[in-house]
Design a binder for this molecule. Structure first.
Ligand code: ADP
Length: 262
């Protein structure tokens, strides 16, 4: 008999739809499953619905209809369930969302705060937590920067701190929203490859939104192509044909994109 924990999806959305208060449909009803060990890239042009879908996976945007179910937690409807899921979800943001005046180590420790009751988190976290944060920094190659102020680091280094903070949470899922949007191509691929290899080593599924096709092809196990809040493609990078790319980007946009890279 198959082990259920291996075949059950970690996340299951059912007809998940988002309508913003101004009436804009951010997401048409979407049903999908996210499995362990899988690096999923949400690919699409600006406005395609990548951020909306990513944030709907932990209810940072509220769905108008539909549901999100998380293995071992259940439906994300009760506030307790949402809190449990968020505590086990490492978020990585486009602009890092680090606190520049704090040290690198203090920023990584922020990833641990959600694991303690509020009364505990106002006190400095202990030696065990600091050792764990240093281990996470070591994995992103920044242990020697632990006591530097975060705003003294380069953009690529700051995003590596963002990865360390996310893994310090010991997450079951990583959600990364355009994590390399502010980096040059060389730093982008370094950061994405690092994120991929850490998630693979730890068996953590990651959902990463990107608008660059070449990065998606390089790091994804699975690509979900989005446009106008709809899924236009769902498959492996090898399956992503030229016509699927045309659908995601539109022919003219894709030509501009290629020209911009050459
Ligand atoms: P992407 O991440 O692919 O750029 P988004 O998910 O941000 O796309 O946006 C999807 C759609 O929802 C777009 O039409 C966008 O303008 C709209 N949208 C996003 N956020 C908001 C918001 N806070 N209020 C109104 N409309 C929004």
């Amino acid at each position: 008999m198959l082990d259920q924990a291996v075949v059950d999806p970690l996340i299951e959305t059912q007809d998940l739809m988002v309508i913003y208060p101004n009436g804009t449909v951010g997401l048409t009803p979407i049903s999908l499953e996210i499995y362990d060990h899988e690096i999923t890239v949400l690919l699409g042009k600006s406005g395609a619905g990548k951020t909306t879908l990513l944030r709907a996976l932990n209810l940072l945007v509220l769905p108008a209809t539909g549901s999100v179910k998380v293995r071992n937690i259940g439906l994300l409807s009760a506030s307790g369930n949402i809190r449990k899921h968020r505590r086990k979800t490492g978020m990585i943001f486009q602009q890092h969302q680090l606190i520049g005046r704090l040290t690198v180590l203090e920023n990584v420790l922020m990833g641990r705060i959600g694991h303690y009751p509020v009364w505990r988190s106002v006190f400095p976290l202990g030696q065990k937590e600091r050792r764990w944060a240093l281990e996470c920094l070591d994995r992103v190659g920044l242990q020697e920067k632990a006591l530097s102020r975060c705003d003294a680091l380069s953009g690529g280094q700051q995003q590596r701190v963002g990865i360390a903070r996310a893994i310090a949470q010991k997450p079951s899922l990583v959600l990364a929203d355009e994590p390399v949007a502010s980096l040059d191509p060389a730093a982008s691929i370094r950061v994405l490859s690092l994120l991929r290899s850490i998630c693979k080593e730890d068996g953590i599924p990651a959902v990463i939104s990107l608008h660059q096709l070449e990065f998606a092809r390089e790091i994804a196990d699975r690509i979900i192509g989005l446009g106008d809040g709809k899924i236009l493609f769902d498959g492996t990078p090898e399956d992503l044909s030229g016509s699927a790319v045309d659908q995601i980007y539109g022919k003219i946009d894709q030509m501009k994109h290629t020209e911009a890279l050459t």
